[in-house]
Ligand binder design. Sequence first.
Ligand code: WTA
Length: 668
Amino acid sequence: MQRLEVLSRQLTAACATTDRTPLLATKEIYDSMYRKSIEDPEGFWGELALGYHWQEKFPARGHMQYNVDLRRGNVDVQFFRGGTTNISYNALDRWVAAGRGDEPCILWEGNDESERRTVIYRQVLDDVCRLSNWMSSRGVKKGDSVTIYLPMVPELPIAMLACARIGAMHSVVFAGFSADSLAQRIVDCKGKMVLTASGVMRGTKPVLLKTIVDDAVKLAAKQGQPTTSVLCLEVATALRASVTPWNPSIDIWWHDAIPKQSTVFPPTWLDAEDRSFLLYTSGSTGKPKGVVHSVGGYMVGVGESCRYLYDMRPGDIVFSTADCGWITGHSYLAYGPLLCGCTIVMLGGIPTHPDGGRCWRMVERYKVRQFYTAPTLLRSLLQLGDAWPRKSDLTSLRVLASAGEPMNEHAWHWFHEMIGNARCPVVDTWWQTETGMGMLIPLPCPWFDAKPGAAGVPFFGVQPVILDATTGSELPATGAVEGVLVLKGVWPSMARTLYGDHERWEQVYFAPYKGYYFTGDGCRRDEDGHYWITGRVDDVINVSGHRIGTAEVESALTEHADCAEAAVIGVDHALKGQAIYAFVTLRGMEHQTDAMRKILNDHVRKVIGPFAVPDTIHWAPALPKTRSGKIMRRVLRKIASGQEKELGDVSTLAEPGVVEMLIKLRGK
Ligand code: WTA
């Protein structure tokens, strides 16, 4: 163990002190690579893909095929056809085979700062194989779905990689979702196995995950999806005061089943176009969408984006505050850094616990080179004051990355100056669960003139197009324009379908503007060709970097017997970016009380999870609707933000008196 610590220290010190030239050292290199990625995507990605292990090589030509234009038939995207590979092999075996098995793979800290684990590459590979063996002995095979409902412990990326090794699709459900949401996801992906933990401490609060899983398993069974195995990891701290409920017919303790498994599990060689995992995300209608990614395209897109966009190289120490329950945790905490041979730093608790210095102490402790976070956390950390980062030595940092929501200028400057000492590029990346990898990006290169708040320029293969929001026609390709962001062409890590619903995949993303992928985001491009995301143009809101469909919250509210109707909108919020604001019509006006607000909030917490609870419930004896019955959300947004003077044209309202009534009820 001691030898390892010395090794790890030597390695981190070496990384932090050597400065190096980014891969895109000059604008000319970026321009010529970008041009090639558009003119000859097959040749371009084919060459980059050679940096990975392929058991069977794909042909240099003819490996790529696609159609994204519904007028020409179904949407179908294929990269590296004919090649076989395995992501877990590329993320682990490759490095162990290169003699790096004793280097740290995961550096973990729990909720309690004194709880620490170092897991070396060889150990991770052994644990992955053990888990693959156990899952496979329980019948899990290529193409099956496995639900993972784990807190941020090393076993979470290990579980993802074990599924990848078998060729089973993991569906990681953020361990903040309720039993109802978890059940809905288990049923949708037809999963028979759940990997979970007894519980977890979040700050000072224990969360009993196993109890939530038990409820979800019962609900899923009622809906026709029985669970045959629940593997449960014992997380001691959360259990001190409680007993984990147990169902011996399906429950198995991790520590009973896994250690005795063999550490040999040959990777299943998968076709590049086999499915790697699914991840649920919110849409503008109630039901979450199971976004499905490929094996080869996802691997190459994510791995290469780590190299070019975040300058990740073997031995780098990468700290991402993302949770593996979201796409950032998949691409830039787990898969991407390991595909680049980096060491990942994982935090198992709340990043502001026990105080505002936690993240910065971790940066110092592990000599973190790349720090990846989200604007919402930056805004919280910034509020806690400059004294915290000043207490830690942050000189190891080289790249500061962020994604998930627009970054305000104030947060950008604080990140750049206070955290990066004006030395490190701020890489504010725009991308989505569906794009798999970073798409618009301020390049982390000295020649790139990043603008605070802008999402920069396109990564390889990305062809952003801005359409006129009303006519849907393309706006000029140069000069300043503003409209709806769509993407032309294809890139390797784009999702391939929605689980079990290819038609919905086509309708949501490729039907709105024929021939393009519709992002759901508004965007402007400035004179210098930098892109600025202006926010969602659909009924999705972004709360603390989490995508939440307004329809999901509305349906949770209206499920309650006392709620007749609900309309949910997003309003600006200083810390969260956006907050959930719900207009609610009750079945009886006499119930418009704070007690009823609590009942409804508890109901949303139960149906979706704590992060979807409305910040505000505004009583609405009626909602503003058009004569055809459509709720006028534009009007609601103005009322919620106190801008009733700017209501605009309300002549199409069926009952104009509703507006006055709602204004009177604001804050009541
Ligand atoms: C928003 C998160 C502004 C956007 C990686 C997108 C951003 C949605 C940025 C995807 C950014 C993501 N600037 N907005 N840098 N990055 N978004 O699927 O609205 O959880 O459509 O993926 O987040 O959210 P998702």
